[in-house]
Design a protein around this ligand. Structure first.
Ligand code: HEM
Length: 526
């Protein structure tokens, strides 16, 4: 006989409605993560919440539970079926969607051991060579020249008398250029205003749809887990705004990829040293390293992740604008290093690594405090017992140290709440303090995240493949901006952390204008 679960014994906030549970409340939080922070403070790191149709969910920021789900269990906690289908609507059959057998319905209803992850592993094998440390470090000069083109635009703007720069606008364009050239060997020329169709599509991808979906859509998506994949995939053709936008983005990125592949196909293989891994995968002899054409074209939608880098960089400049003392010290350190370089040469990765005290600490702190993907959604494919690192008090006053769950149990993995756990990051976990990374006792931490033990890039077999890429770009751009400009955060505006699929900055009272981060800039040498 199967053991009963003890999820219902967890404490949690009362649900406003049986039909919609906490869904509307979670989506209209004043700022992304507010409820996660409040609830984990009140009920502990693991608690129960309600989804649509009275379904019970577990929200957790417990490091041991996160480790168990993302790391130790391999593919046994797949993405929640409705979330995975939404990923497919946006990004097609690429790596972010690829799972065991791609049959969420079957996973839920099968007795057999499905979750071998073979499809995902095949995607990962093809993508990995493009993301090795050595490969990415070689991209530094390209990041530097893109950053320098961007700051030239800012200088032009300042000289023309406009000192308020919407940095997130420019960072999104620069990052699109950088990802295009490095990952796909493709020139978007977004900084020069070209390819505006893709830039525009990215800009409005989540605008005014995802945060406040109608009740029917919430209820409808909650039923997707009961629909076989072959039928479910048709939902991408729904006529409403969100579905249409996702569909257009997918068609657009696939179209660009197709053009690229056709163009490269004309070049004989041996003549093209830069021919990228995805094109090679098409002709690979080894079936474990081969993707079909639709899978290859779908990878182009990964340009979507540029939004993560652009938003992270925006938050970093925001924090530097609010902490002038950090900014001044960082600039002095960069200038000191610059003084030791022969003229006409630029920083190498070894130089950037040597800016460890400031640059790396600031990168880690911005990723901790402003995780762009603030929640991950997973479902158990079997009954399981999960050990808790942070035991919680149950409704009947007992201490719970293990969570017993049944197959099909949904989890909300709270990246943002884990990144602010006082037991992991210290009592000032809600505050900006880059130096904490020098003090946190690493030996006491439970090993989870791919970088700095943060959850920002997720963890385990499906952890972010682009984290090194992100760090190198983050460092190259930060050095370029801080060396050239003094950044001041304007007093007359308030920036909000909005959960629009991704956690992005917006100006309070001007949400309709979309993602923005206006900062006052002046030339550093003045
Ligand atoms: C600050 C920047 C970034 C953040 C916060 C971030 C975060 C994440 C997270 C949380 C996941 C797991 C998603 C899930 O489980 O559903 C993920 C996966 C992924 N990321 Fe990133 N990412 C960033 C930048 C990038 C970049 C620059 C690239 C590519 C150039 C990239 C490529 C990917 C891919 C391909 C996956 C899917 C991996 C897999 O399923 O095996 N990411 N990322």
């Amino acid at each position: 006989r199967r053991k009963r679960d003890n999820v219902r014994k967890l404490r949690g906030p009362p649900a406003p409605s049986w039909l919609l549970g906490h869904e509307p409340e979670m989506r209209v939080q004043a700022e992304a993560g507010d409820l996660d922070f409040a609830w984990t403070r009140e009920y502990g790191a693991t608690l129960k919440t309600k989804a649509c149709w009275g379904r019970q969910e577990v929200l957790t920021a417990d490091p041991r539970v996160l480790q168990h789900i993302l790391h130790t269990s391999g593919y046994r906690y797949p993405k929640r079926p409705d979330v995975n289908q939404s990923i497919r609507n946006l990004m097609g059959r690429g790596i972010v969607w690829a799972s065991g057998l791609n049959l969420p319905y079957d996973i839920m209803h099968a007795d057999t051991d499905y979750m071998t992850g073979e499809v995902h592993q095949r995607h990962r094998k093809v993508m990995n060579p493009a993301f090795t440390s050595q490969q990415l470090r070689g991209f530094l000069p390209l990041f530097q020249s893109t950053a320098s083109r961007m700051t030239q635009k800012w200088k032009d703007s300042i000289q023309a008398g406009d000192q308020t720069i919407n940095v997130s606008h420019w960072l999104a364009r620069s990052t699109l250029d950088a990802i295009g050239e490095t990952a796909f060997d493709y020139h978007f020329d977004a900084l020069e205003g070209a390819q505006s169709e893709l830039s525009e599509s990215l800009k409005y991808l989540f605008a005014d749809t995802t945060p406040f979906p109608p009740a029917w859509d919430l209820l409808f998506k909650a039923l997707w887990r009961y629909i076989p994949t072959s039928i479910l995939q048709l939902v991408e053709y729904m006529p409403s705004k969100e579905y249409r936008r996702f569909r257009n983005f997918k068609t657009l990125t696939k179209g660009i990829a197709k053009g690229l592949i056709d163009q490269k196909a004309k070049i004989p293989m041996e003549d093209d040293a830069t021919r990228d891994v995805m094109i090679r995968s098409n002709v690979s002899e080894d079936p474990n390293c081969r993707l079909d054409e639709d899978e290859i074209l779908s990878q182009m939608a990964s340009v979507f992740f540029l939004l993560c880098i652009a938003a992270t960089l925006s938050w970093l400049l925001y924090e530097l604008g609010r902490h002038p003392e950090d900014q001044t010290r960082m600039r002095e350190e960069i200038q000191h290093l610059r003084g030791r370089l022969p003229s006409g040469t630029d920083f190498t990765m070894a130089h950037l690594d040597s800016l460890n005290t400031l640059l790396i600490l600031h990168s880690q702190e911005v990723l901790r405090l402003h995780p762009i993907v603030s929640t991950l959604f997973r479902t158990a494919d079997r009954d399981d017992i999960l050990p808790l690192a942070l035991p919680v008090i149950t409704e009947d006053g007992q201490t719970m140290t293990e969570l017993h769950i049944r197959k099909g149990q949904d989890f909300r993995l709270s990246v943002c709440a884990y990144n602010r756990l006082p037991s992991v990051w210290g009592d000032d976990a809600d505050e900006w303090n880059p130096r904490r990374f020098l003090d946190v006792p690493k030996e006491k931490q439970i090993n989870i995240g791919v970088y700095a033990n943060l959850m920002t890039f997720s963890a385990g077999v499906r952890g972010c493949i682009g984290w090194r890429f992100t760090l190198i770009e983050l460092q190259a751009f930060t050095v370029e901006v801080v060396e050239n400009f003094k950044i001041v955060f304007p007093k007359d505006i308030e920036i909000m952390r909005m959960a629009l699929g991704l956690m992005v900055p917006m100006v309070k009272g001007k949400m309709h204008e979309g993602t923005q981060m206006p900062l006052h800039l002046s030339l550093a040498e003045e």
